[in-house]
Every structure is written in C-alpha cells, then in structure tokens.
Design a protein around this ligand. Structure first.
Ligand code: ADP
Ligand code: MG
Length: 725
C-alpha cells in the first residue's frame, strides 16, 4: 500500500530525483519542457524501430529501413566544418561492409570502439560506392544475440540529450513509478479492456511487441481526454459555484407569439437545437451552451427565441456581435420579430448618437427595453442591466475571454448562449469544450439555390472574370477577396512556384490585419484599379480593407449592400456573416493561402438571396497538394466535412488557436482518428462529475494535478506571449 502511494507521489517529483538525471541533465530536460517525473513519462516515443527485421549488409535494399548486426571495423571523428563534428563508422558482417555516419554525436567515440558488436537500425542509402546509414539508432549487442527486446523506442531527443539517454532516464523513472495508482476506475478499464496505467507507461516506452505499444497508447490517450473533460467540468463548476442560476420559463406567451410572428416554421434540426437550448435555460444551473452551424443555418432565429424566453421569465437579454455590420444585421432581422412578440429591443453600437444612447440605456436599466443587441459597446461600464438573465454572444471566438466575462458580469448569473459559424468538428468541440453543452445545425433551412465552386489556375482567371461580368450585367454582385502577400498583381503574374514556400494556412478567425497589411493594401488597390478599368469598366468597383475607419467601412459596405456598387474588392474580410442578397459570385485570389474552413466561411457570403451562385478559387500554386486541397472545396459544400479534412492536415491548435486550454495536454489523442474514444470519454466523464464516489478519490487528485499543469502551461504561454509582444 505504502509502495503504491509512494510510486504515485513519485510522478509529481522533480525530474532531478530520477537516478542518472544530474543537475545539468535536469536543466537540459527543463528546456524540453520536462520538469517532473510525470512530464518525463509523458515524453512518449516518436516511433519504434522493429528490430525483428534484421538483415545482412548484402541482403539490405537501398531505401529500406532495417536493422543490421555487425562489428565495428573502424571509426573516425571528422570535422568538415568548424562547427560540425561527425563520427564515421565502418561496420562489417559476414556479407559485406556498411558505412555509418553520425552527425553531432562526438561522444560516440567514447561509447564505442573497434571490435564492438553493434546493431544499427535505420534507412539504407547508397553513395560514393558504399551502402550507408545516417544517424541510425545504434546499440551494443551481446555475443551474436540482440540483448534487449525486439522493439526499440525512439524518444524525441535534443542536442544535449540523445534518444538513448532519454530511454535510460525513462527506464529509471519507470522502475520507481512501478505499481503506481491507476486513476481510471476499474469499471472503465474492464469495459474498454485497457491496461493499467503502470503497465501502459512501461509498454509505451519499452514495448515487447508493436501491438503492446498500440494497446498502451490507446489506454493513455483515453486517459488524456478523460482527464481533460473532467478538468474542464471541474473548472466550470468552480466558476459558477456561488451563482444562483435562473430557471427560465421557456413556454411563455412571448415565445409563442414569436413562433406566430415568424414567416416560416423552424426545421426539425432547429427545433431540436432549440429544445437543447431551452432545456439548459430552464434547468437550475447556469447554462453554457454552444450552438454551431454554418452561416445561414438559422442560428440567429434561435437566439431570438432564447431572448424571448428571457423576457417571458421577467429577465432581460443582451446579444453581442463582433462588428457593427453584424449587430445591425441582427437587429434588422430579429428586432421587428421580437417587437411583434412583445419583446422591446434596442441597438447599441459605438455609432449610436449620444442622445439616443442615453435614452436606450435608461430604458434598459429600467426594464422598459428587454433586449439590447450590439457590439463591444455593450461592455461599457455605464451599460447596466439589473435583470440580465441571458447573454448571447455571436461568433464567440472573436471575443477574448475577458470580454465574454465582462458581458456575463452585467447580471448576477446569466445563462450564456454562444453562436459560432466556425465549423468545429464534433469531436474537437467535445474535447475542448467539455464544459459546454453543444447543439449543431447542419443544413440550411431554405431550399438553397445551388452554389458551384471551381478551382482555377491563375492563368485561367479570365474565366472567373467572364462569369462575374455576366452576373453583374444581370444585376447581381461580386466579391473579390485578395489575401495578397505583399507583391503587386504584375509581380504575382510572373511569380514562380517558389513563392509557395511561404504559403500558410492562416488561423480561422479572419479578424486581424496581418503584418502584410500595408503591402496587401497597395496590391489590393492596384487590383481594384485594374478591375475597374479593364474588367468592370461600366460598373462601380469598391475597395474594402482593414485599415479603413469603422464608419468608412460601414459606408462602403452599405453602398455594396444597397447595390450602389457592384464589385467589392477586399483584403481582410471582416464581416463574417454579412448578408448581401444579390451577391452571387465570389473570386478568391491566392486561395491556397487560406485554410479550407476559412474558404468555406468566405463562400458562405454568396448565394444568400436565393439565387444560384458561383465561387472561383484562384491559385498560382504549382504544388499538387495545394491544388488537391482546394479540390476538396469543389467536392463538398458541407463545412463540417471540410473542417474534418482540414483537421487531418493541420494540428488542432491551428483551428482553435494555440492558446486553447488543454491543447498542450493532448499528446497522444488525435481528434480525427480517435472519434469513438472521444465520444466515450465525454460520456463517461459525466457519470460522476463531482468525483464524489469513493472509487474516484484518486481520480479527483489526478484531475487536480492536471489543473495545476494546465495552469503552468498557460503561464508559460503568457510569458512567451509577453516576451514576444
Ligand atoms: P445564421 O445566424 O446561422 O447565419 P440566420 O438565423 O441569420 O442564420 O438565418 C439565415 C436566413 O434563413 C435568415 O434570412 C432567416 O430568416 C432564414 N431562416 C432561418 N430559419 C428558417 C427556416 N426554418 N425556414 C426558412 N428560413 C429560415
Ligand atoms: Mg448569424
């Protein structure tokens, strides 16, 4: 028993307490982010070398990864450059000779000597007349036989600590952590046939077979998500512990009147999502609900119902959108419906004239106005709402945590409803938003007019212009998006494929002006001029960019929306959900520079008025991967499917932003591959969310440790962030 406790506590001791880890090595480990024994044990092998594929020098094939056993015939330390040392070894077996080169590992001169029996594992190359291996895994072997197991783990190493040393430290640590407590309840381990933590750690680092390693990874990955989920739920519970939740009345007269006032009926999917939202609002807990759906799937309408329920319950609601255009669009679309249903509404933005603002704030403070729709302007300290019971936040990822908090703190314990058009796949959302309830809207309510997407090589972009011009002649409108990367249109035309090396997938949120904005601006201006004179000479082309002032932007947008201009060229696209019913064509230049999800959001801006629409993705990239990635946009119109695909190409952090809580805790889980596991862990974490059962005592401690490490990771990130800015 004592041993078990000791082994468990050992996990959280400093890594310097591991035998063989000297202070100097501890420092080197710290620079790799390894501070505790637990960090060390979660430093999992990058891959495994299967020593069972042992061949002779003669039998090895060029390009093959294999293991060769032989004798060190000769070794030399060479210094081809002042800062480069390499060790060259000639290794022979009965069939021939292979040359082996190790870069930057001069210590090998001390570890090995001529005559040693060794096994080297790596890829066979051929040059200067010899078979060769570069930086292979090397190990001494006993007389003829491979001493250790048949599988060799390769741990991520650093310049100061080699993979072999890593393995040595890990083995020492494993010895002392043997028999450690298992945080996973036995019931779950039995149900999913998971090995114990101790044995999983041992097998992941030093497996006897690849199957054993696989089973160990599965167990440890499950533990990762499970702990993350529990941690998020615990944190959430602590946040709202002292708050007295509002139980909303969700079948009151205003909700009913709103249903009457709608010119359409909700789709089944909307009905279901609204049911989820109402369930959370009516429950005696502070709601934290995320509604996910593409642009145009009908989220805003559901928000209106939630706001009506707040009014029915004698409360008030606030609805915050990230831009002025979006806020007024919401106000225009749901304001009249809410008024009709007996829910008085107001719009508050930075542009609201001060007289009107004063009257509005008075009305809101007195309760005469039930719902305030607006921008960040809602966060001003003089916006008071004694009876706030519901806060709706549109495009939540575009607000900082602090801003969301400020809105929620306007009331004693308001329910929170978040809307997002970012197509976050369900497993990703389950993993990282474990403290939220989720609803999805997958399809658009209206029988949508078709939208065709075509990928074009840059040299074919004339086709896009022809199509656009034809639509403009028919009275429709065109968006042209230029993410330009700091070169003029002419230069881009002559650009070689080499330029593609800087190709990046920018993060999904398209809000900020990048470093290139100045250059982009110049290029977009040139582009707009070119289009005005050469393509759309009889029509009005306007330019919208991130450097413009808020009201200037609004004016350009308004002229486009009202049809006074026909073509809108923009650099940074700011208004994610802008409704321009007559916009039916979108041309995206340098489309390969966007992530798929982002392109999907962009194309969501055309075809919103019931007319068929076309999207052209233009790319100068000569890379086949870039083109095939874009081709996925032709193949599907489902944002979630694209997000999944995108996710398989990028890291989770790129989608949610690397400051996402928990991102650093997931070392083994892959949200695309491990879907079933994530669903299961999500469900299982909810069976005893308070961890009050006696068999979950140890689990509770682990969740706490998880929280501490999460905090440390966040502090590191903050420190890193403030160093950079
Ligand atoms: P989102 O906020 O998800 O972008 P909206 O709520 O703005 O979507 O809805 C997009 C458009 O579809 C709006 O014009 C809205 O009035 C309309 N709409 C929403 N729900 C339905 C429905 N069930 N039937 C028909 N039209 C709908
Ligand atoms: Mg919307």
């Amino acid at each position: 028993m004592i041993d078990r406790v000791q082994a468990s506590l050992f996990l959280d001791e400093p890594v310097a307490n591991v035998p063989q880890v000297s202070p100097v090595r501890a420092k080197a480990l710290a620079s790799m982010g390894i501070f505790t024994v637990r960090d060390l044990l979660e430093h999992y092998p990058r891959r495994y070398i299967d020593l069972s594929s042992v061949v002779t020098v003669e039998g090895s094939r060029i390009g093959q990864s294999c293991t060769i056993c032989g004798t060190v015939h000769e070794m030399k330390l060479k210094k081809p450059r002042y800062n480069l040392q390499l060790v060259e070894m000639a290794i022979t077996d009965a069939s021939g000779l292979i040359m082996v080169t190790f870069f930057r590992q001069p210590w090998l001169m001390k570890t090995f000597k001529a005559g040693d029996r060794v096994a080297v594992a790596g890829k066979v190359e051929f040059s200067y007349g010899f078979k060769r291996m570069t930086n292979p895994f090397i190990e001494k072997v006993g007389d003829g036989a491979v001493v250790r197991g048949k599988i060799i783990p390769v741990h991520p190493a650093s310049g100061k600590i080699s993979a072999a040393f890593m393995l040595r430290f890990v083995q020492e640590a494993l010895g002392l952590a043997r028999g450690c407590e298992d945080p996973l309840p036995l019931e779950l381990r039995l149900r999913y046939r998971l090995p114990s933590r101790g044995s999983a750690l041992a097998s992941v680092h030093d497996p006897r077979t690849l199957d054993e390693a696989k089973a160990a990874r599965r167990r440890l990955a499950f533990e990762e998500v499970f702990l993350l989920e529990l941690f998020l739920m615990l944190r959430r519970r602590q946040e709202v512990a002292d708050l007295e939740a509002v139980r909303h009345c969700v079948d009151g007269p205003r909700v009913a009147a709103l249903r009457e006032a709608l010119p359409f009926s909700l789709t089944d999917e909307q009905q279901q999502a609204l049911g989820d939202i109402f369930e959370e609002m009516a429950a005696p807990r502070v709601a934290n609900h995320l509604l996910l759906g593409d642009v145009g799937t009908g989220k805003t309408v559901l928000a209106a119902f939630a706001l009506a329920a707040a009014a029915d319950s004698g409360g008030q609601g606030m609805f915050m959108a990230p831009t002025e255009v979006l806020a007024s669009q919401h106000f225009d679309s749901i304001g009249p419906l809410l008024e009709k249903a007996g829910v008085p509404c107001g719009l508050l933005t930075a542009r609201t004239p001060s007289e009107e603002r004063r009257a509005l704030l008075e009305g809101f403070a007195s309760g005469a106005v039930s719902v305030l729709i607006g921008t960040h302007a809602l966060l001003e300290p003089d916006v008071v709402c004694p009876n706030l019971t519901l806060a709706v936040i549109d495009e939540q990822q575009r607000f900082g945590v602090g801003q969301r908090q400020r809105l929620l703190q306007k009331g004693p314990a308001p329910d929170a409803l978040y809307l997002t058009a970012t197509p976050i796949p369900r497993t990703l959302a389950l993993t990282f938003f474990g403290d939220m309830t989720l609803s999805y809207l997958h399809s658009r309510p209206r029988g949508l007019a078709p939208r065709a997407t075509t990928v074009l090589q840059r040299s074919d972009r004339g086709k896009a212009y022809d199509a656009a011009l034809e639509r403009v002649r028919a009275g429709e409108q065109v968006f042209i998006v230029c993410p330009l990367i700091g070169c003029s249109a002419e230069e881009r035309d002559g650009r070689s494929a080499a330029g593609d090396d800087e190709a990046q997938h920018p993060a999904i949120a398209i809000e900020d002006e990048g470093d290139y904005e100045a250059d982009n601006l110049a290029a977009a201006e040139t582009e707009a001029q070119f289009l005005q004179t050469h393509v759309f000479a009889d029509y009005k082309v306007e330019l919208l960019h991130g450097r413009m002032k808020g009201d200037e932007k609004a004016k350009v947008m308004e002229r486009f929306r009202s049809g006074q201009s026909q073509v809108l060229v923009s650099t940074t696209i700011i208004e994610v959900g802008v409704d321009v019913p007559m916009a039916t064509v979108m041309i995206v230049e340098d489309a390969d520079r966007f992530g798929l999800s982002q392109l999907h959001q962009l194309r969501g801006r055309v075809g919103r008025g019931g007319l068929p629409s076309s999207v052209f993705l233009v790319s100068a990239s000569k890379k086949p991967e870039a083109m095939s990635r874009l081709k996925a946009m032709e193949a599907t119109d489902d944002g979630f499917q694209l997000a999944d695909f995108d996710l398989s190409l990028r890291r989770e952090g790129d989608i949610l932003g690397n400051r996402q809580s928990g991102a650093s805790a997931l070392k083994l889980v892959n949200v695309t591959r491990d879907k079933g596991m994530i669903e299961a862990a999500h469900k299982d974490a909810r069976t005893d969310p308070d961890l009050s059962l006696p068999e979950h005592r140890f689990l509770a401690r682990e969740v706490e440790m998880f929280g501490r490490r999460e905090k440390r990771a966040e502090e590191d990130k903050d420190a890193h962030h403030s160093r950079r800015s």
